[in-house]
Design a protein around this ligand. Structure first.
Ligand code: NAD
Ligand code: TYD
Length: 336
C-alpha cells in the first residue's frame, strides 16, 4: 500500500529527530507540502532546519487547540514529534511533560478527527514498555512506564488509541529506541559525552555505567517513520531499533577511543532515580514492512563525533546559562 496525502503538519520539527525527518522528507517527497509547528522550547532550534527549503514554519504550542485546529484544517495528515523528552528533566518538572506529551497529543487527536485526516502518526518510544530485564518487548506487550517522561508518552498513546477505538481515528505509532546523531541537544547521553570530551571535561555515567540501550542512528529512525507513514495500514504500532545492546560505559569508552582521549575522563556519578537498566525491542514487525537499520553503531558514532567537532557553533551557545543550572542540579557525586 502507499498512503496518499498532500499536506502534512509536522509538530516538534525544530527538535532533533523532527528536523532530520523534515530534511529527509523534503528530499524524498518534495511534492508533500510541509507545515512545521514548534513551540521552540529550550530543545527547539530553528537552526536545526537551516538549509531546508519549501516548508512553512509556525511558532506555537500543540496544546493551543484553536491554533492546532486552524492548521489541521489546512492539512490532511499529522506526524507528532513535539514532546518534552529528557528523563532527568522529567524528574525535576513532571507537569511540563504531562502537559505537552499527554494533553498536546489529545489536542492533535481531536484536530485530526475533526478534519478527517488520512493519518495521525505518533512518534513514541521504547521507554513506554518500562525496564526489560530479559527478553525483548513486542508491540503487544503491556506498557509499564517508570519515569514521568515515559509515563507521559504512554499516556499520550493511550489517549490516541482511545480516539482510534472510539472515533475511528486512523492512527499509527512508532516506538523508537535511543536515537543519536547530528542536532541532538547536548543533555542526552551521547552528545553529553562527546561535547564534554571535546572540552576535556569529565564524562558522567550514572552509577556503574552498566545500563543498556539500543542506540539507533537518527537517519535510520527517520527512514522507519517515513516507511510507516507511507506504507503501514492504519492502526499499526511498530518498534524501531537495531536489536544491538550497548552499555553506557561502552559508549563512553568508544567516544574516548575515537577522539584519542584518556579513559580516565570517565566519572561515575549518583544514579538517576528509577533508572531503567535495560530496554530491548523485538523488531520483526518493522523489518517485515521492509525497513532495517543501515548504519552500525561504530559508523554512526564516528559520524556523530565528527559532526559535533565540526559544528561547535551549533552546540556551544546551547551549553550556557540555564544548561549549567540544570547540569549542576542533575549530576551529584556517587556515594557507595
Ligand atoms: P527534542 O527534545 O530534540 O525536540 C522536541 C521538539 O518539540 C522541540 O523542537 C521543542 O521545541 C518541541 N516542543 C516541545 N514542546 C512543545 C509544545 N508544547 N508544542 C510544540 N512544540 C513543542 O526531541 P527528540 O529527541 O527530537 O524527540 C522527538 C520525538 O521522538 C519525541 O516525541 C520523543 O518522545 C520521541 N523519541 C525520541 C527518542 C530519542 O532518543 N531522542 C527516541 C524515541 C522516541
Ligand atoms: P539518555 O540519553 O538520557 O536516554 P534515556 O531516555 O534512554 O534514559 O540516557 C541513556 C542512558 O545513559 C541511560 O541509561 C542513562 C545514562 N546516562 C548516563 O549515564 N549519563 C548521562 O549523563 C546521561 C544523560 C545518561
Amino acid at each position: 500500500m502507499s498512503r496518499s496525502f498532500r499536506r502534512l503538519l509536522v509538530a516538534g520539527a525544530a527538535g532533533f529527530i523532527g528536523s532530520n525527518f523534515v530534511r529527509l522528507l523534503r528530499r524524498t517527497h518534495p511534492e508533500i507540502e510541509v507545515t512545521v509547528l514548534d513551540k521552540l522550547t529550550y530543545a527547539g532550534n530553528r537552526d536545526n532546519l537551516a538549509g531546508v527549503d519549501g516548508y512553512r514554519f509556525v511558532e506555537g504550542d500543540v496544546c493551543d487547540a484553536s491554533l492546532v485546529d486552524r492548521l489541521a484544517a489546512e492539512c490532511d495528515a499529522i506526524v507528532n514529534f513535539a514532546a518534552e523528552t529528557h528523563v532527568d528533566r522529567s524528574l525535576m518538572d513532571p507537569y511540563a511533560f504531562i502537559e505537552t506529551d499527554v494533553r498536546g497529543t489529545a489536542v492533535l487527536c481531536e484536530a485530526a478527527r475533526k478534519h478527517q485526516h488520512e493519518v495521525l502518526l505518533l512518534v513514541s518510544t521504547d521507554e513506554v514498555y518500562g525496564e526489560v530485564r530479559e527478553g525483548r518487548s513486542r508491540e503487544t506487550d503491556p506498557l509499564r512506564p517508570r519515569s514521568p517522561y515515559s509515563a507521559s508518552k504512554a499516556g499520550g498513546e493511550h489517549i490516541a488509541w482511545a480516539y482510534a477505538e472510539s472515533f475511528g481515528l486512523p492512527l499509527l505509532v512508532t516506538r523508537g529506541s535511543n536515537t543519536y546523531g547530528p542536532h541532538q541537544y547536548p543533555e542526552k547521553l551521547i552528545p553529553v559525552l562527546i561535547t564534554n570530551a571535546i572540552d576535556d571535561m569529565r564524562l558522567p555515567l550514572y552509577n556503574d555505567g552498566s545500563a543498556v540501550r539500543d542506540f539507533l542512528f537518527v537517519e535510520d529512525h527517520c527512514l522507519a517513520i517515513e516507511r510507516v507513514l507511507l506504507e503501514a495500514p492504519a492502526g499499526g504500532v511498530y518498534n524501531v531499533g537495531t536489536a544491538a545492546e550497548t552499555t553506557g560505559l561502552q559508549v563512553a569508552e568508544a567516544v574516548l577511543d575515537i577522539m584519542g582521549k584518556p579513559r580516565g575522563l570517565i566519572e561515575f556519578v549518583a544514579d538517576r532515580p528509577g533508572h531503567d537498566y535495560r530496554y530491548a525491542l523485538d523488531i520483526s514487525r518493522i523489518t517485515a514492512l521492509g525497513w532495517e537499520p543501515r548504519v552500525t553503531f561504530a559508523e554512526g558514532l564516528e559520524t556523530t563525533v565528527r559532526w559535533y567537532r565540526d559544528h561547535q557553533d551549533w552546540w556551544r551557545p546551547l551549553k550556557s546559562g540555564e544548561y549549567w543550572d540544570y547540569y549542576r542540579r542533575n549530576y551529584r557525586p556517587l556515594v557507595r
